[in-house]
Design a protein around this ligand. Sequence first.
Ligand SMILES: [Zn+2]
Length: 82
Amino acid sequence: MKHVIFLTAALLCGNLFFTQPKTADITAETYVYICTGPNSKCYHRTADCKGLKKCSKEVKKVTLTYAKGKQRTPCRFCYGHK
Ligand SMILES: [Zn+2]
């Protein structure tokens, strides 16, 4: 996925792109959604994901860093194959 974006950007920007360090989304804070229920182990890209529908507690918006710090894994609906 990251490589696809990289290649697209490289095509658009030409050689100029290669003088820039990495991609901007690494430093930008990403927000994800987690269910605060005891059985939840994932984080979600969108608040209306079907994986969150069965959440027994609150859906909370947190940073991706926070979610990873809580040992959360990417939701397979949000981040998996379409
Ligand atoms: Zn999800």
